[in-house]
Design a protein around this ligand. Sequence first.
Ligand code: MG
Ligand code: ZN
Length: 234
Amino acid sequence: MKKSRFHSKTVRRHTGFVPLPSGEGAGVGKNRSGRSGLTPPLSPPLAGRGTRIGRPAVFLDRDGTLINERGYLSDPRKIVFYPGVFAALRRLRKAGYALVILTNQSGVARGYLTLEKLKAINRYFLRAFARRGVRIDGIYFCPHLPDARCACRKPKPTLALRAARDLGIDLKRSFVIGDQWTDMKLSANLGVPGVLVMTGAGRSVRRKAGPFAAKITSHLRTAVGWVLSRPRFR
Ligand SMILES: [Mg+2]
Ligand SMILES: [Zn+2]
């Protein structure tokens, strides 16, 4: 049942997706039809195009957006969540948004942490959120170097499009929240509004990232407030 959630081995080698182990409530083992297996086929995912079926999502950056930016995180004990993160994400869930973390983790390619370590950190993440009543639908990561010309590193839309396909997400009603230029450029590539937060690198990239942002705000909590203040159907 969980197996079918994964993409072909070839794809998985290049891009990470970490579902929560069954029984821990990540909700990634079943599709909306209630049957296990792949989500119903959607039209080919293209940047800027949504499928009217499916839920809206908020694509969340990790470092500098949800947690303190700490260089290349390799130890879950060093994770420090920003204040208000859990309550903010609970609000999004309540409003019907899927929650997807998209993260560039070049520390893997740089040898600062192994892929296994990163996956362990991701599992820790999902559990930490689940314990506080927040179900994260998926964590998608790029483990490659910035200059590796891979297909998945943000701001390329690949990870988001994969999540949209896996989880039945309606891109047209979705948002991106992040602290980097890459996050805002990603939002532009997807054709969805991006919210730049001033935590993490936010302040230092404001000039460069601002033009791609639909909204600039102080932190995740206010970003979520803005998302929820938008018209529900665009
Ligand atoms: Mg970041
Ligand atoms: Zn990549």
